[in-house]
Design a protein around this ligand. Structure first.
Ligand code: CP
Length: 337
């Protein structure tokens, strides 16, 4: 190996700067290059030792979270990440009742106003078109914590980072993204965009009448990634898709509340159920341990809870890896001096 002139110890700041995220919004993962994403993962690896103890990188900086939809993981994990970086958090978990949004203040004005109190915003909202139109009002970088049915990039990033830490790579990894409703699977779509950017192979399976939104398919296509779609697979076809994959990703989506709708949804879900026996059969036949990922919360009928205590389980590990990943993201977007 040749010696290099610029050989020196690593600096977290250099890797954070190399993400190109400083001062910018995070909306779609295909907006980032492969090199930027790897820089972010390097920052996350450097911060992993501090994900519980904390490290004072952003003292005096303030994160403002406004979630117009319910959340446990995304809001708490994002807020924990800022607190672990030595920053502070102001949080509104129910803006439609407790903020001036309840008095019909526009999202544009809300973004303008809360930018004055904070150094970075984290927003979850039902209406992706509204948020994308009003984002220019924000005067600090904005993290999408889920907009409408199309994008949930921090979930996609933590799923990518967990995959990277579990398998040591993303290039060439084969991921089955499967759901009884792909039309509302925003975490699966964000993961797919990130995987596509990193040279992984994506396999979608789901009902023909509830497909992945066109916008997402176009963005995947633009990366040149290998992506196949399987509509209404039979049980045997679904089993074969699982067997040929390294990972199965269940994006989850809320069960419809209406009784009739709920019954139809649960019936559809049964076609995609993953049992531990099925995974053990695949392991016996191929020697492969297929990892099961889920953005959570899960609901009864999606997969076997016995998977929790096996090497197939990745969904709770994703939750843990979300903290150093989101620490890396916030540090990179706010900037480390
Ligand atoms: N995975 C996820 O987005 O979970 P929450 O809805 O609890 O944030």
């Amino acid at each position: 190996m040749a010696l290099e002139k610029d050989f020196k110890p690593q600096m977290l700041k250099d890797h954070a700067d190399a993400t190109g995220l400083r001062g910018n919004n995070l909306t779609f993962l295909t907006d980032l290059t492969r090199e930027q994403l790897y820089s972010l993962f390097t920052v996350a690896e450097m911060l992993e030792p501090y994900w519980k103890s904390g490290i004072s990188l952003l003292p005096g900086k303030v994160l403002c979270t406004m979630f117009f939809q319910p959340s446990t993981r995304t809001r708490f994990s994002t807020e924990t990440a800022m607190l672990r970086l030595g920053g502070s958090v102001i949080s509104e978990s129910d803006p439609l009742h407790n903020s001036s949004a309840a008095k019909d203040e526009s999202l544009w004005d809300t973004l303008k106003v809360v930018s004055q109190y904070s150094n970075i915003l984290a927003i979850r909202h039902t209406d992706d078109e509204r948020v994308l139109a009003d984002l220019p009002a924000a005067e600090v970088p904005v993290i999408s914590c889920g907009y409408g049915n199309i994008t949930h990039p921090t979930q996609g990033l933590l799923d990518m980072y967990t995959t990277y830490r579990a398998l040591g790579k993303l290039e060439g990894v084969k991921v089955l993204i499967t759901s009884p409703d792909l039309s509302r699977a925003r975490s699966g779509h964000s993961f797919a965009l990130g995987l596509a950017r990193m040279g992984a192979e994506i396999i979608y399976s789901g009902p023909k009448e509830l497909p992945t939104p066109d916008l997402i398919m176009e963005k995947i296509k633009s990366t040149g990634a290998k992506c196949t779609v399987h509509n209404d697979p039979t049980s045997q076809e679904q089993h074969d898709l699982i067997a040929e994959s390294d990972l199965v990703y269940l994006p989850g989506c809320s069960v419809p509340k209406g009784l009739g709708e709920r019954d139809v949804f649960m019936e559809r879900t049964a076609n995609y159920y993953i049992s531990l026996e099925q995974l053990e059969q695949i392991r016996e036949k191929t020697g492969k341990i297929v990892g099961i990922m889920h953005s959570l919360p899960r609901f009864e009928g999606e997969f076997d809870k016995k998977i929790d205590d096996t090497a197939h389980e990745l969904y709770f590990k994703q939750v843990a890896f979300s903290v150093p990943l989101r620490m890396a993201l916030i540090a990179s977007m706010v900037g480390v001096d």
